[in-house]
Design a protein around this ligand. Structure first.
Ligand SMILES: Cc1cc2nc3c(=O)[nH]c(=O)nc-3n(C[C@H](O)[C@H](O)[C@H](O)COP(=O)(O)OP(=O)(O)OC[C@H]3O[C@@H](n4cnc5c(N)ncnc54)[C@H](O)[C@@H]3O)c2cc1C
Length: 381
């Protein structure tokens, strides 16, 4: 039998990833917030680097100590220090950016799953109404409120149906932008970049991330927690055969055609954990905010992983949005006129970030001219 949960809240956040959790934690001090996610627990992701500047956000939200305390055992931190990146881009000489002199200190090679579990648990502890699994099904606007429904179609929850009424909605559902899509907002795709990746045991002493360009895309490798290493190829789907992207041996063989990757993986090809292809292209919602709603993180705009900024941007935008709401809504009523002001200012802020990102992306890709006649590079120059 189907059971139902009804809730009326100030703010409904759809998507309990990095963007959604950060916004929920920041907003819960002042508002009644509901946070829903379609997954019971966060899925495994490619090993990602969190930029040193995120330290300021983590500190501001009182999350830093908890993150650094997360231990693998009594000795070792779960999340590894990210000391910097060596890139072979435009030349076979390594260009190194290390974080030694970065005023924010080091970044992190995250155990992304563990990090998201930590954020979800913190949101719960700080008074956010959290529901998962709960997948957004419908959204419509009536009497100055959003009416949302979500379902938990798992066996444990027995077809539980959620109904939420909210003054304000934050779409933090990642690249799928599920809320915006349901209300008819489209998404612009700026390229077709995909990422194909695997993890393997790490025996290399080199603790830096490595980026290395090739004719048909670029490779990425970095150490991960639990003594693993990620190896990823970013390319366009029409440039590499489907078989190569689905077959571990062929993929490893392709990686070995790149001198830097061959160096990093030569001794540890044996045991591999091959993951699927994921979208890694630059995309953006045609409308980032509307009547009593905004999109946040990848739902608003998703970046090429070359920028290594997606997670930081998601967290920074969550904090900026919270500050904007607190500044404009001094009475805490979330009145429609105040929300209109927030919608305009938030859109302007994100437009600036996007313009900045596109400029940097173009500049960076133009620095690689060794294969200027190859399709992958021609499309980006
Ligand atoms: C190959 C690759 C490498 C990357 N490397 C880096 C890196 O090194 N550094 C970096 O900073 N960034 C990196 N990124 C980007 C980073 O992963 C994203 O920017 C970040 O995950 C965005 O977080 P988010 O919370 O906005 O979205 P997501 O993490 O996608 O979270 C969205 C959440 O919404 C939930 N959801 C979706 N639909 C629904 C629904 N209908 N109902 C309820 N819940 C829903 C999902 O379950 C999920 O939990 C990389 C991305 C890729 C593809």
């Amino acid at each position: 039998m189907e059971s139902e949960i009804n809730k009326e809240v100030d703010i409904a956040i759809i998507g309990g990833g990095l963007a959604g959790c950060t916004a929920a934690i920041a907003l819960a001090k002042s508002y009644n917030v509901v946070l829903v996610d379609q997954t019971d627990s966060p899925p495994e992701r490619i090993g990602e680097c969190l930029a040193p500047a995120a330290r300021r956000i983590l500190k501001q939200l009182d999350l830093l100590e908890g993150l650094e305390k997360t231990r693998l055992d009594s000795e070792q931190s779960l999340h590894l220090k990210h000391i910097g990146t060596q890139s072979y881009w435009g030349t076979e000489q390594a260009y190194v950016v290390d974080h030694l002199r970065n005023p924010d200190g080091f970044g992190w090679h995250l155990d992304r799953q563990a990090f998201e579990i930590y954020l979800r648990e913190t949101a719960l502890q700080r008074g956010v109404n959290c529901f998962w699994p709960a997948k957004l099904q419908s959204a419509h606007f009536e009497n100055h409120r959003w009416q949302l429904s979500a379902t938990a179609n798992d066996k444990v929850s027995n077809n539980l149906l959620y109904r939420f009424k909210a003054k304000f909605v934050i779409d933090a559902t990642g690249r799928q932008s599920q809320f915006a899509r349901k209300i008819g907002v489209g998404r612009e795709q700026y390229d077709k970049l995909i990422s194909c990746w695997l993890t393997l045991p790490n025996q290399e002493a080199n603790k830096m991330s490595t980026i290395s360009a090739s004719e048909f895309g670029w490779w990425y490798s970095a150490p991960l927690p639990h003594n693993r290493r990620v190896l990823a190829l970013q390319t366009d789907p029409d440039l590499i055969s489907r078989n190569t992207l689905k077959n571990v041996d062929q993929f490893i063989q392709l990686a070995q055609s790149n001198q830097q990757m061959a160096r990093l993986i030569q001794r540890n090809c044996a045991a591999t954990n091959f993951h699927q292809i994921v979208s890694a292209n630059s995309t953006r919602l045609n409308q980032i905010a509307g009547q009593q709603w905004v999109a946040l993180g990848d739902a608003a705009m998703s970046f090429d992983p070359l920028s290594s900024q997606g997670m930081f941007n998601a967290m920074a935008a969550a904090v900026q949005l919270t500050e904007l709401i607190m500044e404009r809504d001094s009475t805490g009523s979330l009145a429609p006129q105040k929300l209109k002001d927030i919608q305009i200012s938030y859109t302007q802020q994100l437009d600036q970030i996007w313009a900045h990102y596109m400029h940097h992306k173009k500049t960076y890709y133009r620095q690689e001219m060794r294969w200027k006649d190859a399709d992958f590079w021609k499309r980006r120059h």
